[in-house]
Write a protein of this length. Structure first.
Length: 111
């Protein structure tokens, strides 16, 4: 599924935000996340070496997970950390209970 108005931006370091427009069902977001993981997993041959990359993807969906960009990015970030804890190279949808868990595991983390 291709959409004309999707956007990718680098947040900093190794973090990126992918904005998918015109999404009708959350399952469509999962399909895109799986495709991104597959693309990243392809071996890359650089400077005579095979490079293997993994990714962790956190997903948040408007309006269920936030009504503004800041909240959606924060919630996707929280979900990404959960995906990393689940073994990397996976994706995870945001769930409100993640905020409660994140606060109890790391009280200094701003939610």
């Amino acid at each position: 599924m291709r959409r004309a108005a999707d956007t990718v931006s680098r947040q900093g370091g190794d973090e990126f935000v992918v904005l998918l427009s015109e999404v009708e069902h959350p399952e469509d977001v999962a399909i895109t996340a799986k495709r991104m993981l597959e693309a990243v997993a392809e071996p890359h041959f650089i400077n005579l070496r095979d490079l293997h990359v993994t990714a962790s993807i956190g997903l948040s969906v408007y309006p269920d997970d936030g009504l503004d960009a800041e909240t959606l990015v924060k919630n996707a970030d929280t979900a990404m950390y959960q995906a990393e804890e689940n073994g990397r190279h996976s994706y995870q949808f945001f769930k409100p209970a993640m905020n409660v868990r994140a606060a109890s595991v790391n009280p200094s983390r701003r939610i």
